[in-house]
Write a protein that binds this ligand. Structure first.
Ligand SMILES: Nc1ncnc2c1ncn2[C@@H]1O[C@H](COP(=O)(O)OP(=O)(O)OP(=O)(O)O)[C@@H](O)[C@H]1O
Length: 133
């Protein structure tokens, strides 16, 4: 593990194990997202809250599958959105109408899955919370 003052990353040396290297690079991306991206930390918190809610409200196996799928989708979309934003900032830092559309659409994709996931979560959790009240 390397800490270069800004980022933490895992390295693997040698020319072999390209599959393992690809896995480590991808793992670095996940670590970077959850450690340094504000939205990444927010979505991780939301996913943990959903999992805790699942345990607390004793949801069924099918409901677990749906909740895990939704939280996984939202986090993956946000990760891709963060990567697209970074790429845009490298390609064109100054204002550009095309960059605006790209960033807005990318953020829109996250908002889209987030709203659907929120609806799904409400359908699953709300009736169980009402029964408890
Ligand atoms: N280079 C640019 N050209 C045109 N519009 C831009 C540009 N950079 C940002 N924008 C506009 O500003 C909005 C916010 O961009 P920004 O990169 O700050 O994303 P953000 O959602 O604030 O990201 P973060 O997750 O870093 O807070 C974009 O959705 C886009 O509409």
């Amino acid at each position: 593990m390397i800490k270069d003052g800004i980022h933490v990353r895992f390295v693997i040396t040698g020319k072999r194990n390209t599959f393992l290297k690809a896995f480590v690079y991808a793992f670095n991306g996940i670590v970077h997202f959850f450690m340094y991206d504000r939205n990444g930390r927010f979505h991780l918190g939301a996913a943990l809250a959903a999992v805790l809610g699942g345990f607390a409200l004793n949801i069924s196996n099918t409901e677990w599958l749906i909740i895990l799928l939704c939280t996984g989708l939202v986090i993956a979309f946000e990760m891709i959105n963060a990567a697209i934003e970074k790429l845009c900032d490298v390609v064109h830092r100054e204002f550009h109408p095309a960059i605006k559309i790209i960033k807005d659409m990318s953020a829109g994709a996250v908002l889209w899955v987030s709203i659907i996931s929120l609806l799904v979560g409400t359908f699953i959790f709300f009736p169980k919370i009402i029964i408890l009240l």
